[in-house]
Design a protein around this ligand. Structure first.
Ligand code: SAH
Length: 220
């Protein structure tokens, strides 16, 4: 069973996400485990400070290395994995990171534990990227308010590759071909949108060929 440990200052953001649909089902079936951790738990001052002003000046605040270091230490030592290097990944989200791909999702699905670090504000002290994280990951060339949405993308794409999560293995990693459902003809203004004849033919071999032509498969 793969375990996701999410480090965030806004754990509430994940509550609905992990309690609905496939993720809720997979957690119940013990196919995946998702733990939410509030970074403030690893602060040492009475105000539970997680951020500070950037050296050199500039707007906004930066997440401090200390609490993040203690968080990763504690989540790693509580969960012993077979071989440290291979079975655990510490992932930091940053718009400057490597772009998340299906190949990464497939690879990480074999790990025991993924520790996901969600940045906020102006980002994270660079020491975390340089000395604590194994991977620095972006979900695209745009800037989000925080790493939480990126963490959700990793959780969904990785979970889909965990055996047992998707009933039909073949649908787990295909980039969709076009899908049609009823009605057979839908009138949209002056247009009639029709289901391609081949899909109504019952010829499964032909349908398969037609679909595979239109499928953008990752083929990993
Ligand atoms: N000024 C920062 C951006 C901070 S955005 C910079 O230039 O790097 C705040 C946090 O949101 C980041 O620390 C990161 O964890 C997350 N984030 C923003 N955009 C992201 C993206 N495209 N992919 C993954 N994480 C992102």
């Amino acid at each position: 069973m793969i375990k996701f440990d999410i480090i965030t200052i806004f754990p509430e953001i994940f509550k609905g996400f992990v309690s609905e649909s496939l993720l809720a089902w997979a957690r119940k079936k013990k196919i995946i485990k998702i733990n939410l951790h509030n970074l403030r738990k690893w602060t040492t001052d009475k105000h539970k400070t997680v951020d500070d002003k950037p050296y050199g000046g500039g707007p906004g605040m930066v997440l401090k290395i200390g609490p993040l270091y203690r968080a990763v230490q504690s989540l790693s030592s509580k969960f012993q994995v077979k071989s440290l290097k291979l079975r655990r990944r510490v992932i930091l989200f940053s718009p400057r990171g490597k772009k998340l791909t299906q190949a990464m999702a497939k690879k990480w699905a074999k790990y025991d534990q993924l520790i996901l670090i969600c940045g906020r504000y102006e980002g994270v002290d660079v020491g975390v990227a340089d000395h604590i994280a194994d991977e620095i990951i972006s979900i695209g060339d745009y800037v989000l308010n925080g790493g939480e949405v990126a963490a959700m993308a990793v959780i969904e794409s990785v979970s889909r590759m965990v055996p047992g999560f998707i009933a039909k293995k073949e649908s787990a990693q295909k980039f969709d071909h076009p899908q049609y459902t009823r009605p057979e003809i839908f009138t949209l203004g002056k247009k009639n949108l029709k289901v391609p004849k081949i899909l109504l033919s019952g010829n499964h071999k032909k349908i398969k060929e037609w679909r595979s032509k239109l499928t953008k498969s990752t083929d990993l």
